[in-house]
Write a protein that binds this ligand. Structure first.
Ligand SMILES: NC(=O)C1=CN([C@@H]2O[C@H](COP(=O)(O)OP(=O)(O)OC[C@H]3O[C@@H](n4cnc5c(N)ncnc54)[C@H](OP(=O)(O)O)[C@@H]3O)[C@@H](O)[C@H]2O)C=CC1
Ligand SMILES: CC(C)(CO)C(=O)C(=O)O
Length: 298
């Protein structure tokens, strides 16, 4: 399969690098990283280990591929969609956190698959990515159900050794992931604790309230996500990733823009459509945006 990875940062480089062992992969990313990959290849280290040589470029448009994998941060999705409009790709798959697939779907006239990834990735130097945890990719049809395209993409991922599930219930899974991220990411970023710090105590209660609100909004949207399932999901992730510093905590520590708009902000925006109040998500979003507007960003 010819695969274009749009956004060769941590996750895109890891997944694109793994795919490159059996597929024809082009990474679209930033200068120092892509020029190192073009010259000497890419090292994948830690939980996965490989040396691969995908094509790599800073050129965003004019590519021809069977699949474009979108792995930019959520706030860069509109720009990614605009660039992909000027490419010839047959299908798109997002592995981003937050509700980004709708942005891609409204801008592009090719099928957009939904995806979630629980692999851990960190681009530690140009041409070198750490796999900090082997997780799983779950992908499928955005509105649910099955399709030959989703099966073909799932097989392409599995052929490359990536643990992958093709799921027919992506709407529920996306909301479940959003509930987990709405609870864990903002709370760990604001309280500066690792995920395990939310196992008990006041911050844990805030995280659970945010997840519960998200589950309620998911049900308004027609997703089958009872509060109990959302609670079990967040508890499971807190337990399994206790030592993790969430991606939003890392962004705050690095003085970088966060994905709050696509996570807690998306919960608030959707809740408004149903005249439903989500005070915990609203507060978390307001505090993170205040940090972003203030002295926080470098
Ligand atoms: N890292 C992980 O372990 C996981 C990440 N995710 C999700 O995956 C997504 C990506 O995360 P992550 O990989 O960590 O983020 P990164 O910031 O490491 O990667 C995104 C990369 O895309 C680049 N980029 C943005 N716009 C363009 C463009 N127009 N052309 C070329 N390159 C571009 C960015 O460059 P620049 O910074 O210079 O703009 C950056 O290098 C997020 O939604 C995240 O939540 C999900 C699961 C795990
Ligand atoms: C699941 C979780 C919370 C793991 O840290 C994550 O997705 C993130 O940090 O963005």
């Amino acid at each position: 399969m010819r695969i274009l990875v749009f956004g060769a940062g941590s996750l895109g480089t890891l997944v694109g690098g793994l795919l490159a062992s059996v597929h024809d992969v082009t990474l679209v990313g930033r200068n120092r990283h892509v020029s190192r990959v073009s010259k000497t290849g890419l090292d994948i280290v830690d939980a996965e280990s490989a040396h691969v040589s995908p094509a790599a470029t800073t050129t965003e448009t004019g590519h021809d591929a069977d699949l474009a994998l979108v792995t930019v941060k959520s706030f860069d999705t509109p720009a990614a969609a605009e660039a992909l409009e000027a490419c010839d790709v047959d299908a798109v798959l997002s592995l981003q956190n937050g509700m980004t697939e709708e942005v891609l779907e409204s801008a592009l006239d090719v099928p957009v698959l939904a995806g979630t990834a629980t692999y851990g990735a960190r681009l530690v130097a140009p041409g070198r990515v750490e796999c900090t945890g082997i997780g799983r990719v779950v992908l499928g049809v955005l509105d649910g159900g099955t399709s030959p395209l989703a099966e073909r993409v799932g097989k392409a991922f599995r052929d490359a050794g990536i643990r992958t599930l093709v799921a027919a219930d992506m709407p529920r899974r996306r909301w479940e992931k959003l509930a987990v991220n709405a609870g864990i990411n903002a709370v760990t970023a604001l309280s500066r604790v690792e995920n395990g710090g939310l196992a008990a105590g006041e911050a844990s209660e805030v995280a659970h309230r945010a997840a519960r609100e998200t589950a309620r909004v998911a049900r308004f949207e027609g997703a089958r996500l009872p509060n109990r399932v959302a609670r079990e999901a967040i508890d499971r992730v807190i337990d399994q990733t206790a030592a993790n510093r969430s991606s939003m905590l890392q962004d705050v520590e690095d003085g970088k823009r966060t994905e709050v708009d696509a996570i807690n902000g998306a919960v608030v925006d959707t809740a408004e459509q149903y005249d439903y109040e989500v005070p915990t998500n609203r507060t978390l979003a307001a505090l993170l945006r205040a940090w972003e507007r203030g002295e926080g960003l470098r």
